[in-house]
Design a protein. Structure first.
Length: 592
């Protein structure tokens, strides 16, 4: 290979002479370039820019793969150049094939590889092959082409040793999980499984009788039908709910990413070098912990158990990052550990912060936004800070440990969450104020309806005229329930308005009152509409059933509106307050 230093055949002051050739290469104008080459044959093989780029580097670097003029320029130029000139490097140590991989010019890459396949094995800057450059620069089409030609080349070894490990890491970083891992589906039964069962049925047929043979084939047929039904269900679901397609693609990428991690671990193991474990596996492990991909963390630690003790430059362990980034799925791996978990969680960072100090800090904004409303965000923060699982794995002495700023856990939590508490107070008061008005209005209507009954009273005995009608009984019960529930709702919202709003109130007291208030408000609205429908039927319907249908449909509008607008909030409140919580054992797989 010709080095960069050997190709500097002219002084820096002479680069201006090649400006016409540079312009021709950028425009893909072969006629102008050919005239220039006729006058100066050396321009084919010497650097023509201050970056030590040749004409080939420049035209390949335009990336105009679909431009016929550019493609023709590359073909003509490659045909005119000797093989050794195709190995010329720019100041970054990149050949023209590296440049094609960098910009994603697959057409140019094909021309170069066909003319000089040895370009595939020339390493440039950072010891990267062209295939590495394509992977790290997000050039999927070019990467697929280079993968194909290197797989067909027995002399190529970009998949072995450190080179293969870096290739896998670049592919994972770029998100090209489907390039080296061809998974047709992530369902339980894949094509390989079906083929294995077909081979099994053939053995059964030879060894046993025909009845068993047909039974085995019927079993296989059932799996094929099940597969096709799954495909049909997925397609119908994707048409009905387009978001399902995104979920399926994400799940597929997740499965492929996990397969890549397994391949990466196997490649690192094949090096038989303990130092390689630290240099190649540690970085992906901490990235997975910071991103919250607990499956990848499990897989790497399962392959290299000693990395569970690893710390980064700030002395943060995996579980420090799990707490800092609020990835409970990574922190929950402690449930799958032996008593070593007590040793891991007592480490202190460079600022004398314990795990509890980081638990007391404000969660990242992307994690807070997963929970609607400042009050529920405060509830989640309080749950993390006061969680028994975190306190369980930290020695009691750390509960009052002071960091370099002389702050304990409680002090850190109060300082970090001051603004969130204020936002939570405003959110709670606004919600309570709005609902108080609605509850008071319903209580007033229900009370008035109870006094002035539909149809009036009998002058002789004072009983309601419709007292013996079934609809009147429904009215009476519904109106009473509406009055009682609206009054209860009103009291709950008033208690929220008069609360002290201490930090601890956001954990259970305030959410519980809001839940009771919203539930009773919903019941009061529903029963009020039932009472109203019964009144319309009694007074104006004259026992005609057709009057009841449009009345009930109209009465359903406010109920439907309340459910669609407030029910998601109610579900979030109930799940966040009385749900299983964010901590718990995820699976039975041992984790160290």
């Amino acid at each position: 290979m010709v080095t960069k230093g050997e190709n500097k055949l002219q002084q820096k002051d002479e680069y201006w002479r090649y400006i016409p050739l540079v312009k021709a290469a950028l425009a893909g104008n072969w006629e102008s370039a050919e005239r220039f080459f006729d006058q100066d044959k050396g321009a084919l093989t010497i650097p023509i820019t201050k970056s030590s780029e040749t004409a080939l580097h420049i035209t390949v670097g335009t990336g105009k793969a679909r431009n016929r003029k550019a493609q023709n320029f590359v073909k003509k130029l490659v045909e005119s150049m000797p093989l050794e000139a195709l190995e010329l490097c720019d100041e970054k140590g990149y050949t023209a094939l590296h440049t094609a991989a960098w910009v994603g010019n697959t057409a140019a890459a094909m021309v170069l590889v066909q003319k000089h396949p040895a370009l595939l094995h020339i390493r440039g800057s950072r010891y990267r092959l062209p295939i590495h450059v394509a992977a790290v620069n997000d050039r999927k089409d070019t990467l697929c082409y280079l993968l194909r030609v290197t797989m067909d080349d027995p002399a190529s070894k970009p998949y072995h040793g450190p080179s293969g490990i870096w290739l896998l890491m670049y592919v994972i970083t770029s998100g090209f999980y489907d390039v080296p891992v061809k998974l047709e589906s992530c369902s339980k039964y894949r094509r390989g499984d079906i083929e294995d069962q077909i081979n099994l049925s053939q053995v059964i047929a030879q060894k046993y009788n025909w009845a068993r043979f047909w039974g085995a084939n019927f079993f296989i047929f059932g799996h094929k039908v099940s597969q096709k039904l799954q495909v049909i269900v997925w397609k119908v679901s994707e048409l009905a709910v387009p978001q399902i397609k995104d979920i399926r693609e994400q799940k597929k990428m997740h499965c492929q990413a996990l397969q890549l991690v397994k391949c990466l671990c196997k490649e690192i193991h094949s090096l038989n070098d303990s130092n390689a474990y630290e240099s190649f596996a540690k970085d992906p492990l901490f990235r997975a912990a910071r991103l919250g991909v607990h499956e990848v963390v499990e897989e790497i630690v399962d392959s290299f158990p000693s990395l569970v003790w690893a710390t980064d430059s700030a002395n943060y362990s995996l579980f420090h990052w799990a707490v800092i980034e609020r990835h409970e799925n990574v922190f929950n791996l402690l449930y799958q550990m032996s008593e070593h978990k007590r040793v891991i969680t007592i480490s202190i960072d460079k600022s004398n912060n314990t795990t509890l100090h980081w638990a007391g800090r404000l969660a990242p904004r992307n994690k807070l936004n997963l929970v609607p409303g400042a009050a529920l965000q405060m509830q989640r923060s309080r749950e993390v800070c006061k969680s028994r699982i975190i306190c369980k794995f930290v020695i009691p002495y750390y509960m009052h440990w002071r960091n370099d700023d002389e702050e304990t856990l409680a002090m850190v939590f109060t300082k970090e969450h001051k603004k969130l508490v204020d936002e939570g107070v405003i959110w709670m008061k606004d919600t309570a104020n709005s609902c108080t008005i609605a509850a008071a209005l319903i209580a007033t209507i229900a009370f008035a309806a109870a006094i002035a009954v539909p149809g009036g009273n009998n002058g002789g005995n004072g009983l309601p005229i419709f007292s013996k009608e079934k609809a009147f009984i429904i009215f009476s019960i519904s109106d009473a329930i509406s009055l009682f529930t609206s009054t209860t709702s009103l009291l709950m919202f008033l208690s929220i308005l008069t609360s002290h709003y201490a930090e601890g109130d956001f954990l259970y007291a305030l959410p519980k009152r809001l839940i009771i208030g919203l539930v009773t408000l919903f019941l009061s609205i529903t029963t009020m509409m039932i009472a109203f429908s019964s009144t319309v039927y009694l007074v104006f319907g004259q026992n005609k059933g057709w009057v009841l249908i449009p009345t009930v449909m109209s009465a359903g509008l406010p109920i439907t509106s309340f459910v669609s607008l407030q029910f998601p909030l109610l579900v979030d409140l109930i799940y966040s307050t009385y749900g299983p919580g964010i901590f718990g054992k995820q699976n039975d797989r041992p984790f160290y």
